[in-house]
Design a protein around this ligand. Sequence first.
Ligand SMILES: Nc1ncnc2c1ncn2[C@@H]1O[C@H](COP(=O)(O)OP(=O)(O)OP(=O)(O)O)[C@@H](O)[C@H]1O
Length: 352
Amino acid sequence: MASIRVENVEKTFGRFKALNGVSLEVRDQEFVVLLGPSGCGKTTLLRIIAGLEQADKGRVWIGDRDVTLLPPRARRIAMVFQNYAVFPHLTVYENIAFGLRMQKVSPEKLKANVERAAALMHIENLLGRYPAQLSGGQRQRVAVARALAVEPEVLLMDEPLSNLDALLRLEMRAELKRLLAESRTTTLYVTHDQVEAMSLADRIAVMNAGAIVQYDTPMRVYQEPASVFVGGFIGSPPMNFLRLRVEGQRVRLGSLDLEPPAEVGAEVLLGVRPEDLEVYPAEQPQSFAAQVLVVEPLGPHLLLTLNFAGQAFKATVPPDFPAAAGQTLWLRPQPSRLRWLEPGSGRAFATG
Ligand SMILES: Nc1ncnc2c1ncn2[C@@H]1O[C@H](COP(=O)(O)OP(=O)(O)OP(=O)(O)O)[C@@H](O)[C@H]1O
């Protein structure tokens, strides 16, 4: 097992800059998720680490080895792809053994590694079957077992759950979390699914337009997004951003009198998550009024869309909360959960 270090990697396709000076460090045994919208460069970064793509600039280390110029097979990595390509004409055993046969390991080691990887993925009883006789989730586990069988120093995974239907995907997510925790392999995992990223990662590297825009634990990324982009990309519904005027270093929001960071200009964005707004049917001290535009019953809660001074935002309330379109409600944000951001750049102000 080993750490991964990427330093200042750039990659251009024609005139399109897919990676714009990316640096990233994944600690030994850490599980890091690369998260971002389609086209932001996640797969390109993973392929550069795997050696399937050459960077224009920058370096890649695995452990203390500079692998920048090494071919994929010399990097001691294993990859699991979206379409996980298990070979249909080979049994589960032979699928898992595939990489080991390529490496020409001894028959004893081959058998031991296949059995260990199969046990880790809990598919010992399926070794004699062919892929056509497996469920999607089982095939997925064969692909992960095959990757782990070669004892890679790092495991690279590119959207490994995206071919599964929604329910199986949910099940496999928890399975994978448990199984990979047992294997303790350093893992870099690509997804555009923010819930998957939150669920699996020790740390999330959020990417946008060829750059890493925040790298932190899931809870920090969720509660303290570095920008409007991150707050909007993570969380469903996303974080609300209210544009407010600053007067005499204060921001008035209904009867709330807030102190923004010292560096603010004439306007500021106030970021607050829907679940961090307390909602009341009658006027309260330290609150602001808003009109209900839409009520959506979602089961565990009602999702409200409200209007404050021409700006729409969301809040959640318990399912039995009396809310109807057209009504006025009063909202009080939890002070510790407020986020101040700069309207021009969308960046969060540093908090103390
Ligand atoms: N071989 C290539 N030739 C030209 N452009 C490419 C090539 N590979 C990737 N790109 C472009 O580089 C950008 C980043 O692609 P990449 O596959 O890394 O994105 P991604 O974040 O993984 O997206 P997705 O989630 O859709 O897979 C995209 O705009 C893509 O079209």
